[in-house]
Design a protein around this ligand. Structure first.
Ligand code: FAD
Ligand code: DLZ
Ligand code: SF4
Length: 508
C-alpha cells in the first residue's frame, strides 16, 4: 500500500507522529510552499525566508535519509496555492491508499484538513501533535469545572507529569515552585554579554532570499542581516550556546531591557521549537541537567522551564479550548488604528523605537519588550486587538496563531476580559524606567507626568484606567491604582486626561 504523509511547514520533526512506523519504500512525503500560507498575513521577510529555507533543508535531510519527498516550490506554475489543492494534485500523481497528517497547530488550517475525508473519499488518518507535553484532551480535562484557569496550577501539574525539577519525594526542587521574585532585576551593560550564534546563508537560503525579495518586496523587514539557523543541527547549536553562555543569568535578567541589546540572556529558540527542530521536553531536560551539574542556578532553570512546560503549553491549550470565537473578542471595545511607526520604528519614544527597530531588523523581540513596550502602548492607546494580533503574527519569526493569539489578545490586550491574565499588563513610564536604560536616552522625561516633554506613557496610563472604569473598576488587582486616581485632585486628573487626549489626537 502507498501512503502519503503530508508534512505541514511547522512539522519539521524527524519523529513526527504521521511518519512513525511508515516504511520508506511505500511512503511518499508531501511538502508544499503555498500562496495561502505565505500571504494570510504579510509575514516579515525574515520569517518567510526562515520557514521556506527550513522546509527545503528538512526535505533534503529526509531525502538523504532515504525517504521519497515530493516537494512543491512556490515557483511551480501548477502549484494551486493551498494545502487542499496540493493534496488533490498529489493524489493524481500517485496511487495513494491512505493519507496521514498530524493535526495543524492553527485552527484555520485544521478546518481545511477536517474536510479531506469527505472531499477525497480516501482514508485520512489524523494524528495528535504529540510534540506537546499536554494533549488537548488532557488540557480540557484539567480546565473543566475550574472557576478560573491559572497558569501556575497548570504548570505544577506539568512539573509533576514530567518530573522536571522534582525531588524523589514529589516536592519541587528548592522547596518552591516558582522563583519569579528573583527574576526581576534590571541589567547593566556588560562587555561579556553572550553572543548568540549566527549562520551564513548557504545556497538554498540564498535562493529563497531572492524568491522572497522578488515576491514580497513590500513586507516588513530587510534580508541583508538574515542569520537564522535553517537546519536541525544548527538549531541544536543555538541551544548548546544558550545553555553554556546565557542560561546562568537568564532568570535574573529575564525582564530586563537595554538599548542596542536585542537578545540579552534570552535563548532565541522559539522559531526552532515552533517549527519542530527542537523538542520542548528535550530542551527542558538539558536545562535541568545544567542545573544538576552546577552550571546554572535554580532560579534560571526554573524560570526557563516554566516558560516552556508552563506558558507555552498553557496558551496552546487555551487557544484550542476557546477558538474559533477567541480571535474576535474585544472586552475593552478598543478600536484605534495601530500607528504607522509599528512598521518602521520611527518615533521619538525611545523604548518603542528600540523594540520596533529590532523587530524590523531581526524579526525578534523578547517577551518583556512584546508585553510591556509594544503591547502595553497598544493597550494604553486603545488599539483594535484584531490589528494588534495581526501585527504580532506578521512581524515575529516565531509567530503561529496558536501561540501568538493568546499572548497578544489575552495576555497583552486583555481582549478576553481576564481569562489568561487576572489584570491588564498596563503600566506608566515608571516600570519601563525601572527595567531598562531606555528612558535615560529618550527625548521625553519619564518623571514628568503631564504637559510638554512628559513621557506619554504616564498620562496614557491614567487615561486608560479612567476611560475603562466600567470594565475594570471591579478588578481587585487594580484597586490600588483606582484608589490613587480617586485621591488625586480634580485639576490633576484633568491634566492627565488633557495630556492623553492631545497625544492621542496627534497619533498617526
Ligand atoms: P526565552 O525568553 O528564552 O524563553 C524560552 C522559551 O520559552 C521561548 O523560546 C518560548 O518557546 C517559551 N515561552 C516564553 N514565554 C512564552 C509565552 N508567553 N508563551 C509561549 N511560550 C513562551 N512566543 C512565540 O513562540 N510565538 C509568538 O508568536 C509569540 N507572540 C507573543 C506575543 C506577545 C504579545 C507576547 C507578550 C509574547 C509572545 N510570545 C510568543 C511569547 C514570548 O515572547 C516568546 O516566546 C519569546 O520572546 C521567544 O524568545 P526566546 O526564545 O528568546 O525566549
Ligand atoms: C507560516 C507558513 C508559511 C509562511 N508558509 C508555509 C508554506 O509555504 N507551506 C507550509 O506547509 N507551511 C507554511 N507555513 C506554516 C503553516 O502556516 C503552518 O503549518 C500552519 O500554521 C499550521 O499550523
Ligand atoms: Fe519610553 Fe517614556 Fe521612557 Fe521615553 S521616557 S523611553 S517614552 S517610557
Amino acid at each position: 500500500m502507498t501512503r502519503l504523509v503530508y508534512l505541514l511547514g511547522d512539522q519539521l520533526t524527524r519523529d513526527i507522529a504521521s511518519l512513525r512506523g511508515c516504511a520508506k519504500d511505500d511512503t511518499v512525503i508531501l511538502m508544499a510552499e503555498l500562496d495561502e500560507e505565505t500571504t494570510y498575513v504579510a509575514h516579515h521577510k525574515q520569517k518567510l525566508v526562515f520557514i521556506l529555507s527550513a522546509m527545503r533543508h528538512f526535505a533534503e535531510e529526509l531525502r538523504q535519509a532515504g525517504w521519497s519527498v515530493d516537494y512543491v516550490p512556490l515557483t511551480d506554475e501548477a502549484n494551486s496555492g493551498s494545502f487542499t489543492g496540493e493534496l488533490a494534485r498529489a493524489l493524481e500523481r500517485y496511487e495513494i491508499e491512505e493519507v496521514r497528517v498530524v493535526k495543524a497547530g492553527e485552527w484555520r488550517v485544521q478546518q481545511m484538513i477536517e474536510e479531506w475525508p469527505d472531499r477525497f473519499a480516501i482514508p485520512v488518518r489524523m494524528f495528535d501533535d504529540d510534540r506537546f507535553i499536554c494533549s488537548l484532551g488532557e488540557f480540557a480535562e484539567w480546565a473543566e469545572g475550574r472557576t478560573s484557569i491559572t497558569m501556575e496550577y497548570f504548570y505544577r501539574q506539568m512539573r509533576r507529569k514530567t518530573g522536571l525539577l522534582m525531588t524523589d519525594a514529589g516536592d519541587p526542587a528548592g522547596e518552591r515552585w516558582n522563583f519569579d521574585k528573583e527574576n526581576r532585576k534590571p541589567a547593566d551593560d556588560d562587555l561579556f554579554m553572550p553572543q548568540r550564534p549566527t549562520f551564513e546563508p548557504d545556497g538554498i537560503t540564498h535562493e529563497v532570499m531572492e524568491l522572497v525579495a522578488e515576491r514580497f518586496p513590500d513586507n516588513i523587514g530587510t534580508l541583508d542581516r538574515f542569520d537564522f539557523a535553517v537546519t536541525r543541527d544548527d538549531a541544536e547549536n543555538v541551544l548548546d550556546r544558550f545553555i553554556a553562555d546565557a542560561l546562568p543569568r537568564f532568570g535574573t535578567y529575564q525582564d530586563a531591557m537595554l538599548t542596542g541589546e536585542s537578545f540579552l540572556y534570552h535563548a532565541v529558540i522559539s522559531p526552532y521549537l515552533n517549527i519542530g527542530f527542537l523538542d520542548p521536553l528535550d530542551v527542558c531536560r538539558r536545562v535541568q541537567q545544567a542545573w544538576q551539574d552546577g552550571d546554572a542556578p535554580l532560579n534560571a532553570a526554573e524560570g526557563f522551564i516554566r516558560q516552556i512546560i508552563g506558558w507555552r503549553e498553557f496558551v496552546r491549550g487555551l487557544y484550542w479550548r476557546e477558538m474559533p470565537d477567541y480571535r474576535d473578542r474585544n472586552f475593552l471595545n478598543a478600536d484605534r488604528n495601530l500607528p504607522s511607526f509599528y512598521w518602521t520604528g520611527e518615533t521619538d519614544m525611545h523604548c518603542l523605537s528600540q523594540a520596533v527597530g529590532q523587530t524590523v531588523e531581526h524579526a525578534y523581540a523578547h517577551h518583556i519588550q512584546r508585553l510591556m513596550i509594544t503591547g502595553n502602548f497598544a493597550l494604553l492607546i486603545g488599539a483594535d486587538p484584531r490589528q494588534v494580533h495581526e501585527w504580532y503574527l506578521e512581524v515575529y519569526a516565531d509567530a503561529y496563531e496558536w501561540v501568538e493569539l493568546p499572548n497578544t489578545l489575552g495576555m497583552s490586550q486583555f481582549g478576553d476580559g481576564g481569562l489568561l491574565g487576572t489584570k491588564p499588563y498596563a503600566s506608566s513610564g515608571n516600570y519601563i524606567n525601572k527595567m531598562s536604560d531606555y528612558c535615560g536616552r529618550c527625548t521625553y522625561d519619564v518623571n514628568r507626568k503631564t504637559g510638554e516633554g512628559a513621557c506619554p506613557f504616564n498620562a496614557l496610563y491614567w487615561h486608560f484606567l479612567d476611560r475603562n472604569r466600567d470594565k475594570l473598576g471591579d478588578n481587585r488587582r487594580l484597586a490600588m491604582p483606582y484608589r490613587s486616581w480617586d485621591r488625586m485632585d480634580e485639576k490633576r486628573r484633568d491634566d492627565y486626561r488633557q495630556s492623553a487626549r492631545s497625544f492621542l489626537k496627534g497619533l498617526r
